[in-house]
Design a protein around this ligand. Structure first.
Ligand code: ZN
Length: 169
């Protein structure tokens, strides 16, 4: 769908309008990335803010390629719980539990799941760059500035990318 500064609704993402995905430049965004944002909205059951989509000025990464979205609860007081709940969903999926948030996103072709202090990142990176596999193909989990404690499932922020556990990528 063409993302532009239009204040109109999106049929397959009823809680969002097109301009929420727009940050100053018109661009084409994969419909499934928008549907995935709605999946997060349905899971959280409260307003979600789209904080980053296409970012051509980034040096590298999937925002440059129009393949990534960052989002966060609109109410900043919900942010820590949202982060922790998302990391728990990722960990459950990693351990083989199915039927939750992550499987719904996998069914939409989402392959990159990232936890960042600024918000939760997801993308559609090529499968051949991913190391974990499930019945939908290959995918990747990463923590940008911390790591997932495998015992508690909580995100531990370190602000140091190199400390992310390699086996969860
Ligand atoms: Zn991102």
């Amino acid at each position: 769908m063409l993302i532009t500064n239009a204040n109109i609704g999106i049929p397959f993402a009823p809680n969002f309008i097109i301009s929420e995905f727009w940050h100053g430049i018109d661009f084409e965004l994969d419909d499934n990335l928008i549907k995935a944002a709605q999946v997060f909205r349905d899971w959280h059951k409260k307003p979600i803010s789209i904080i980053r989509t296409y970012a051509p000025s980034d040096g590298w990464g999937y925002h440059v390629q129009k393949l990534a979205i960052d989002l966060s609860p609109t109410n900043v007081n919900e942010k820590v719980k949202f982060h922790n709940d998302y990391s728990e969903e990722i960990l459950k999926y990693y351990k083989g539990e199915r039927g939750g948030l992550i499987e719904k996103l996998r069914m939409l072709g989402i392959t990159g799941f990232g936890i960042e202090s600024a918000g939760n990142h997801f993308d559609k990176r090529p499968g051949n760059t991913c190391k974990i596999t499930d019945k939908y193909g290959a995918f990747t989990i990463f923590v940008w500035d911390g790591y997932i404690d495998k015992t508690t499932g909580k995100v531990i922020s370190t602000k140091n990318y190199s400390l992310a556990p390699k086996d969860l990528r």
